[in-house]
Design a protein. Structure first.
Length: 271
């Protein structure tokens, strides 16, 4: 609980901002900026997510080893293609800081530190969109195939099998009824190319879902107070003049699905 009047005023402004930006109407307005070009950027950014995580981990390791200049340089790297949605959100956050500055409530931070903090906040929100997509993929695997599919890699094989089976039944020479019986006893064999093609198709769909996953994730994070606390942590770091934004746990959670997916694939291949 804030006892400082200035802190209470700033907290009230942050609450107002998250309600306006991440509520149902606010997130709809925000996602309008994603059309049309962010749909093309999304697959590239999803594929760059592991590079982003490795860069942030390397920055933390460099600072831990006393290589501060290297750590700062790595932490400042912008890995993702900047989406129009991210630009809109960054502009809104700068406007918020400017408004707080006019009222004497903004942190006394350099422009470089402010840019890094805002970029980190936006990247963390994007990581939550990836987590939301991963949850949708898991739910799809449970509903369609009655098994956990932590990522596209583990979903591609059963989806390819389903597509190949349906096509084979439809093309069966003695009719689809007998074809269903035949392929029920003797399932179709999948080629590596079919699985790969299906995986690429699903990855494209997943990147599209990720672009608009904030329509679900933003209101949820508003209602649970996550957006407010995350924004508060950003301002707290600026107040303390931290050299670089911390690696938020959302980035680790976003990659946990990929690691689980890879582990599941290795296990199935070994069996």
């Amino acid at each position: 609980m804030h006892h400082d009047p200035a802190a209470r005023l700033r907290d009230a402004e942050l609450r107002r901002f998250v309600r306006a930006r991440y509520g149902l109407r606010g997130t709809l307005r925000l996602h309008r900026a994603a059309l049309p070009w962010d749909i093309l950027r999304a697959p590239v950014n999803v594929s760059l997510s592991p590079v982003f995580l490795l860069t942030k981990l390397a920055a933390g390791l460099a600072q831990f080893c006393g290589l501060r200049r290297l750590g700062h340089w790595l932490a400042a790297r912008r890995i993702f293609l900047t989406s129009d949605l991210s630009r809109r959100l960054e502009t809104d956050l700068r406007d918020l800081v400017a408004e707080l500055g006019r009222r004497g409530l903004a942190p006394d931070a350099s422009a470089e530190a402010l840019d890094a903090a805002i970029a980190g906040h936006v990247e963390t929100r994007n990581a939550v969109a990836e987590i939301t997509t991963s949850l949708i993929v898991v739910l799809a695997g449970l509903l369609l195939f009655h098994r956990a599919t932590p990522g596209i890699l583990s979903l591609a094989s059963p989806v390819a099998q389903l597509r190949a089976q349906a096509q084979a039944i439809e093309d069966f020479a003695l009719g689809s009824g007998i074809g269903r019986l035949w392929y029920g006893a003797f399932p179709t064999e999948l080629s590596t190319a079919e699985v790969l093609l299906t995986g690429l198709m699903l990855a494209g769909i997943a990147s599209l879902v990720t672009t608009f996953a904030g329509l679900l994730a933003d209101p949820f994070q508003l209602w649970t107070g996550i957006h407010r606390r995350r924004l508060g942590r950003m301002f707290d770091r600026l107040d303390r003049k931290d050299a670089a934004p911390a690696l938020e746990r959302e980035h680790l959670l976003a990659r946990a699905g990929d690691l689980g997916d890879l582990a599941a694939w290795v296990w199935r291949s070994w069996r």
